[in-house]
Structure formats: C-alpha cells, structure tokens
Ligand binder design. Structure first.
Ligand SMILES: Cc1ncc(COP(=O)(O)O)c(C=O)c1O
Length: 508
C-alpha cells in the first residue's frame, strides 16, 4: 500500500466510523448471530495475493458488523461505560501512526514527557494530594497503565516489595521466602473480580471480607480480620478499598479504612476504576476523603472520562517500591537521562509502552474540564431520571442508586426479576445485565454511552415496563410513558431489526 492509497483508505475508514456513529441509535444493541457465525463468511486460509483496501473495507458490513455488540449505542446499559470519543479515536490513530515503542525516555521523549504532564493535569483535576503527583518534590508520581486489573496487581507487587524491605529493616529472623509465604491481602466481597485475580497472580491470598447492607467494607470488619490473621502467624500486607464497586457503585470510606492501614502498616490501594471520573466534579470529591492514607490510587479514564480504551491512570505516593520491584537493567536499555525523567518501564509489567498520553491530552484539551464535568453530571442526571421512573411504578423497587448506576428489581421473589431481565434480553432492544444487592438478584441499569439522552432512558424504561406487563399478564394496565421521540425511535428500531435480519438471511 503506497502513501496515496493510505490517504484514501484512512479517509474512508474515518467516514465509516462517522457513518457508524450517525446510525448507531437505530441499530439493535445486541447481535443476532450464533457462535461460529464467522466461519462461513471468511475463507479458512489467508489470501495468497494482497487484496484491495476497498474489498477489505466492504467486508466490514458483511463480516464484522453482524457480530458487533454496540457498546456505544445509547441503548447499551450493561457493565460500566467504555469510553469512546472523537478526540480519543483520533489520538489512538495518530499514536499508531507514529509507531514508536516508548521503552525508555530516549526511545521517544515525547511519550514520557507528555505522560508526566498529563498525569499531573489529571491528578490535580480529581483533587489528589500533591505528594501523588510527578510535579511534587517527593518520590510520588503518576503513570498510565493498560487496565485497572493490571494496576491492582502491580500495586500488590509493590506492597510485597515494601513489606519484605520493611521487615528486613526491622531485623526479622524470617527469610524473604518465609515472609512472602505468610503475606495476606484484604478487600471486600463487592470488589471486582480483578482484585481476587491480583491475589492469585501475586501468590498472596486475598480475603474478600463481608460488607454492610450498602456494600461498604467497615473498619471493624477489616480490623478483626487483621487481628485474626496475625494470631495465626500471617503477615497482613495489602488492602484494596473500593470507590465505586462493580455491583452497585458503593463507596468504602478511606477515612475509616485508612487509619487502620496506617497503624497496621498495610499498603492501601484505591480502586476507583469507574467512579474516579466523578471527582472531576468538586461536589463528588468528598467521596475521596481520606485519600491521603492511600499508597496507590487508580481510576480508568477509559471508562467514564471519554478516553478510548486503554487508559488506566495510576498514582503512587512512593514510586521507589515499584521501581525496586520491577527494575531489571540491561546494557541496551541504559541511557544518560537517569533521574531526570521517570523510566516508566520500571513502573509496569511489559517493556514496551504505548503512547496513551496522546489521546488523554486530546480529550482534556478538546473537552476541557467543563466539558468532562458536563458529561459526568448529565449521565448522573439521566440515571436519576431512570430511578424516578422505576420508583413511580409500585411493582418495582430501587435497590441502590449511585452515580450513573441504578440497581432495581421487581418486588417479590427473585425469579420475577430474573424472568424480567430474560424477557428484555430476548427483545435485544436494550442491553442490561444482572447484579446482586444484599445477596438478592437485581438488574443493573448503567448510563454508558455518551449518546444516551432522556428519550433513550424513557425507551429503556418502556422496555422493562412492557416486559413486566407480560409477566403479570396485565398488558397495558400501567400506561406506557408516551414520548413521541421514543415512540418514533421504537418504530425505527423495529424496522431496522427486521431489515438487518433479512440481510443476514440473504448472506446465509
Ligand atoms: C471497580 C472496578 N475495578 C476494576 C475493574 C476492571 O477494570 P479493567 O477492565 O480496566 O481491568 C472494573 C471493571 O468494570 C471495575 O468496575
């Protein structure tokens, strides 16, 4: 492919993405295909001779689109948001275009320098204490990792390093292997699966402690667990506090857990993967009170902050423990800039580094702080509106409401809500997933897409209401919210579902 063809191909691809966004609202959010659908659509062997880019691009509609789950659709309400914004997309494109590998400062100085500066911007934006920032005088700093899962694991390895160093300095009679064999970590039973995984990968048992009725890990529960383990001869080492749990977006209190970690000399890591973005708005920062007790803090701009995946922001108070845990030098990695700029390869697992800071920089500059605040407040307001709609129907109950996530259920037996979700799922007009609240089944409704508007919330609510009417066999007893725009949207979607199915049948 020569430069001229690249220009054409690239421009056509941007047009394709723009068309996709223009039509996304009318696409059924979930695909209609069955596992293995693609085998019939592409040959079993790679082509011997190169094909034209036009042929390849045309195949997106035939092969790929039928199997896409439309995460950016305004009807996608599952999991948590996965950010996708135009500045973020262009940032990704340009970074691919530079094609550098940022394994050291000299490998591409702009990579490191922009990451240092944007992580300072971002840390200030969410109100992190100065000591976490690269621009502070101390050993703290921020780095962009690939995912919150990676960060929880990396922080665990740093905590392990610190504990071994500290115990040796205190003159322990235990060997390093003996210390490592006794280490234990804590989080709550509401924490993300990645927290338990970090314990497995890092060979440190992770105790998932019970939470209160709001999904919050209380200080006494943590303190008792630590005491119990010390009595067994174990060495408590690492605590993961959740600010915005995956099931219900519950917030642990850092002011409660922090002093225990400080007294017991445990590394406190904060997982704010989704909800950390809300701290861009001053009115939500109180939920981060006590962050000064943390040793490491993480949130994902690639979830709620409009920066395309992957971009997971991590700050540590003392980068020394990361560097000591991960520093492996080789002659080919030596450069003369030691100490002048962070060598981020020592802060992460892989050697190579992507230019993630570019898309972060684009998003911060093009949206501005106000644009991001507006996005967060808008999505929270939409979730509140959905909550109002649920509360207004006495067959339903709201289980929890936090940020852009509402958990709700049908009153009565769990099987009713399970059936409700199943029926809504079969219609494929919106996508929601199940959760648990206080050991009871609930449905999670998350405002995910930046395109979601009030009419989409009404549309989603009508889907639930109609499915509930079917369950109670009292069709139309509760009047549907009539909103002209959402009615029109419903009809358009039905037409487009029909034509998409016809299209797929033709391809078969
Ligand atoms: C609270 C929390 N922590 C961690 C994760 C994992 O995030 P990642 O996919 O970046 O590893 C999630 C994912 O939704 C989450 O909700």
């Amino acid at each position: 492919m020569d430069i001229g063809e690249f220009r054409e191909f690239g421009k056509a691809a941007v047009d394709y993405i723009a068309d996709y966004f223009e039509t996304i609202r009318n696409r059924p959010v979930l695909p209609e295909i069955k596992p293995g659908y693609m085998e019939d659509l592409i040959p079993a062997e790679a082509p011997l001779e190169g094909e034209s880019w036009k042929e390849v691009l045309e195949d997106l509609d035939r092969v790929i689109m039928p199997g896409i789950t439309h995460w950016q659709s305004p009807n996608f309400h599952a999991f948590y948001p996965t950010a996708c914004s135009f500045p973020g997309i262009v940032g990704e494109m340009l970074s691919a275009g530079f094609g550098c590998m940022g394994l050291s400062w000299i490998a591409s100085p702009a990579y490191t320098e922009l990451e240092v500066l944007t992580m300072n911007w971002l840390g200030k934006l969410i109100g992190l204490p100065e000591e976490f920032l690269n621009c502070s005088q101390g050993p703290g700093g921020g780095v962009i990792q690939g995912s919150a899962s990676e960060v929880t694991f990396i922080a665990l390895l740093a905590a392990k390093e610190k504990k071994v160093t500290d115990l040796k300095a205190q003159g322990t009679s235990l060997t390093e292997a003996e210390i490592k064999g006794k280490l234990i970590a804590y989080s709550s039973d509401q924490s993300n699966s990645s927290v338990e995984k970090a314990g497995l990968l890092g060979s440190m048992p992770m105790r998932l402690l019970p939470t209160d009725e709001s999904g919050v890990l209380r200080a006494t529960v943590l303190a008792n667990a630590i005491k119990e383990d010390r009595e067994k001869g174990l060495i408590p080492c690492y605590v993961v506090a959740n600010l915005g749990t995956t099931p219900t977006c519950a917030f642990d209190s850092l002011e409660e857990l922090g002093p225990i970690c400080q007294k017991e000399e445990l590394w406190l890591h904060v997982d704010a993967a989704y909800a950390g973005t809300a701290f861009v708005c001053p009115e939500y920062r109180y939920l981060n009170n006590g962050v000064e007790y943390a040793d490491s803090f993480n949130f994902n701009p690639h979830k709620w902050m409009l920066v395309n995946f992957d971009c997971s922001a991590m700050w540590v108070k003392n980068a020394k423990y990361l560097v000591e845990a991960f520093n492996v030098e080789r002659i080919y990695l030596k450069d003369q800039h030691k100490g002048m700029a962070p060598e981020y390869r020592h802060w992460q697992i892989s050697l190579g580094r992507r230019f993630r800071a570019l898309k972060l920089w684009f998003v911060l500059r093009i949206y501005g702080v106000e644009g991001i605040q507006k996005h967060v407040r808008h999505q929270i307001a939409l979730a509140k509106y959905f909550e109002e709609l649920v509360s207004g129907d006495d067959r339903f109950e709201v289980c929890s409401s936090s940020m852009g996530l509402i958990c709700f259920k049908l009153k009565g037996d769990d099987t009713l809500s399970e059936k409700l979700l199943e029926n809504v799922g079969k219609r494929k007009m919106i996508f929601c997933i199940a959760g648990h609240h206080n050991h009871k089944f609930c449905i999670r409704f998350a405002v995910c897409s930046r395109l979601t508007e009030r009419k989409d919330v009404i549309f989603a609510w009508n889907e639930f209401k109609e499915a509930a009417d079917e369950i109670f066999e009292v069709k139309n007893q509760t009047p549907k919210i009539i909103d002209e725009v959402s009615e029109k949207k419903m009809n358009e979607m039905r037409i487009s579902t029909r034509s998409e199915t016809m299209c797929q049948e033709k391809t078969k």
